[in-house]
Design a protein around this ligand. Structure first.
Ligand code: APR
Ligand code: PHB
Length: 390
């Protein structure tokens, strides 16, 4: 097979780039290891920054998002019994975020690929990248007994944290930076009306909790749990009881509970791989960087990679201008590290750390007190949460 850009990974990053490039007449093939049902079965975060929503519209995939997504102008931070509201709109100069689930967004991207007859190959096994530093890179994969080779100009590694692309960069070239947090998030999706129309990030001495939502009838809640906990340790009753204990009384009192539709534990990790380019391979999204979910930066940071790559590819194919491709890694990493900083800061501020001293706890108290007494601090939080400029 031949194409201009071979994209490894059919998650939001890979699909979005394929869609944008196709609209500019650039040919792509997406290779995805899993089935479409599997990809669409994953429940992930649901807060989109303005730049991401704009990119969805540019990709002609924004219609349902604009119809069903919710604009949020603020969120709450609960601290024990107290609730503070962060006014995103006021402190970000009129910006807001869109609450729309990643699963829905991925479904929209797949439907757009179908409409445009884009090539997305599922169940592509043993994907292997070849000759990345030559002018003729290729990617092979196995479909049943057959090995198929895709010849291309460029390979995009959009295959997530566990993908093959990053691992194809020699160890002498790649530097990896990682921070593991000593806890995870237990998440529950339930068909119940959300406890609050705006998200609540709760700091509590028993651990962090988050109240989020997917719609007016679908709630998404999380609690911080030790890494040693398994999903089986938490039946629905135990989950609801613990969630309510970590919220202010008046919030807990109006919580509507119900059976969980999905329940999973995710460890919290910060990770960056540098550089994001090796020869004619470009990494994008989770294949190059991971953040803990606290600041809702994961998908949004993938989106800036895609935006930079999209413009760089268009400049290359339409004008023979390679400056965007040359500058991609440095430009993407500059924004990636700012998202790392913000996610680390919010995670550190709101979680209970097992080795936390009384001193550390008092510092958290004072950081929060400062935040809610200072417009400058709230501005800083708001500008990061709605998304730094591309
Ligand atoms: N070959 C082909 N496809 C692969 C391989 C492989 N060896 N390894 C992984 N994949 C696929 C996965 O099955 C997945 O569908 O690559 C896709 C990567 O998708 P994501 O993990 O969703 O990563 P990305 O598209 O960069 O999206 C970033 O999604 O994971 C969240 O927090 C993340 O919100 C962020 C966003
Ligand atoms: C979610 O809705 O899943 C969600 C929202 C905000 C976050 C993390 C997850 O910071």
């Amino acid at each position: 097979m031949k194409t201009q850009v071979c994209i490894v990974g059919g998650g939001p990053s890979g699909l979005m780039l394929a869609q944008l490039l196709h609209l500019k007449g650039i040919d792509t093939i997406v290779l995805e290891r899993q089935s479409r049902e599997y990809v669409l079965g994953r429940i992930r975060a649901g807060v989109l920054e303005h730049g991401f929503a704009a990119l969805m519209r540019e990709a002609q995939c924004g219609e349902r998002m604009d119809r069903e997504g919710q604009i949020h102008d603020g969120f709450f931070v609960a601290d024990g019994a107290t609730m503070h509201r962060v006014d995103l709109h006021k402190y970000s100069g009129g910006s807001s975020v869109m609450v729309y689930g990643q699963t829905e967004l991925t479904r929209d991207l797949y439907e757009a690929r179908d409409r445009m007859k884009g090539q997305v190959i599922h169940n592509a096994e043993d994907v292997t990248l070849h000759d990345l530093t030559s002018n003729h890179p290729s990617v092979t994969f196995r479909a049943g007994d057959e090995i198929i080779r895709v010849e291309c100009d460029y390979v995009i590694g959009a295959d997530g944290f566990h993908g093959v692309s990053r691992k194809s960069i020699p160890k002498t070239v790649l530097r990896e930076y990682e921070k593991l947090y000593p806890f995870g998030w237990l998440g529950v999706l339930s068909r119940t009306p959300p406890v609050s129309p705006e998200l609540i990030y709760a700091r509590h001495e028993r651990g962090f909790a988050l109240c989020s939502l997917r719609s007016n009838v679908l709630s998404r809640y999380y609690i911080q749990v030790p890494l040693t906990d398994a999903v089986e340790d938490w039946n629905d009753d135990a989950f609801w009881t613990e969630l309510k204990r970590r919220l202010p009384d008046e919030v807990a009192a109006r919580m509507v509970t119900g059976p969980s539709i999905e329940k999973s534990i995710a460890p919290l990790r910060s990770f960056v791989a540098e550089p994001m380019r090796y020869g004619n391979l470009f990494l994008a999204g989770d294949s190059a960087h991971i953040v803990p979910p606290t600041g809702a930066r994961g998908l949004n940071t993938a989106a800036s990679d895609i935006q930079y790559l999209y413009h760089a590819m268009v400049a290359h194919y339409q004008r023979g201008d390679d400056s965007g491709l040359e500058g991609y890694s440095a430009k993407a990493l500059a924004r990636v590290w700012k998202a790392q900083r913000f996610s680390w800061w919010l995670t550190t501020l709101l979680h209970r750390f097992p080795d936390q001293s009384d001193y550390d706890r008092r510092l958290q108290d004072s950081e929060l007190a400062y935040l809610f007494s200072s417009e400058a601090a709230q501005r800083s939080l708001a500008e990061n949460y709605v998304g730094l400029p591309y």
